[in-house]
Write a protein that binds this ligand. Sequence first.
Ligand code: UGA
Length: 433
Amino acid sequence: MKIAVIGTGYVGLTTGVGLAEIGHKVVCIDREESKINKLKNGQLPFFEQNLEELCGKNSKNGRIAFDSDMKEAVGNADLIIIAVGTPPHPITKEADMKYIHAAATELADFLQGYTVVATKSTVPVGTGDDIETLIKKKNPKADFDVVSLPEFLREGFAVHDFFHPDRIIVGANSERAFNVIKNLYSYFADKTKILHVQRRSAETIKYAANAFLAMKIHYVNELADFCEKTDVDIFEVAQGIGADTRIGDKFLQPGPGYGGSCFPKDTLAMAYMARQNNVEMGLINTVIQGNNKRKKDMAERILLSVKGIENPKIAVWGLAFKAGTDDCRESPAIDILAQLLENKANICVYDPKAMEKAKILLGNKVSFAENMYTAVQGADVLVILTEWQEFKETDLEKVAGAMRTKTILDFRNCLDKEKVKAGGFAYRGIGRK
Ligand code: UGA
């Protein structure tokens, strides 16, 4: 099948590369010419495990190409996938549709023959209808259908998730369009459930799923607070409730709050859509507020740990919003650091992948260490904010030798509590006494 993918962010590029790998012919389009030139040279605009290799492989065998102009690729395509950004509006927090609308308007003129236009970006309910109207208005003769194909990839595991989806949701209002998508995903036919729903349902499923997962994390974070006060171990509790298949054992890791480019944005957008439709969704608002408060609480814990120390030095391991990615968007680590900086703290940070992206956000307000051991040199507290494997395998003796005060705040529960204590540290994890 010939496919044009508009937008080369996480979703667009991973989808394009994945579809090329399963045998389709893909052209990825992005307005930013510099990005396209880099992609042509095999350079990806972000880090994602295994994506660069797979992209290189499919570029070489000619199944994936890159272009900054959509005319030819759209004209040749059986399927066009829109995967541009939908950032939150700075004031209302509704998802900003300007890139989606621009893409739909631009592609309309180039459509040839029956074409399916699919949205992979996370878009508010009714966006498919708007895209349809925009295309019809610009090109009344176009023969096309608009479908919603929500994406459930996780950053850091995007390639894995592409090849092992829990389900594929196809929001198509016509059988003709659904059959095109069934053909697109024929590779998954005997591996994965392909669910055909109406387009508006598909758009809702994406927000509903992310909001539910955010809620699960917030719940386990609140439970962790409860466990800390009652001398209970959150791991045992999470294991116990997660064993109930109605609850499930995933997304029950307590931490410093959820972050990233999706949960914070999508929960806000869901709350906005509820307000617009006069629907009371108190739960989602509580989750949003609770998650913001969580990051403040974490900053307070850090400041409390160095109270009374003159010119305390805080070492931070982990800046990315989770392990496996260099993405710092809405990272709890960045928000927590911002709060510490308001208190004029002296901070040294290290992250195995996210230093460059964090530098853009933090500038020269903190010092950036070369490795995790130089970060703790002379420090009074070590705070772990991202669950990187190398932090789990740390040489505690080396850390102890470098620190001025041996205190560790492990907000991702990376370390073995008993080993840390045996190393002479004062230790505080999450959800354990
Ligand atoms: C999330 C969803 O998991 C994907 O299914 C979805 O496709 C994607 O958003 C999206 O909308 O595009 P992602 O943002 O990559 O994926 O990250 P997650 O792995 O979901 O983690 C989100 C945040 O929750 C991170 O800050 C993570 O550390 C935190 N988290 C996650 C916890 O604190 N505890 C957990 O048990 C799980």
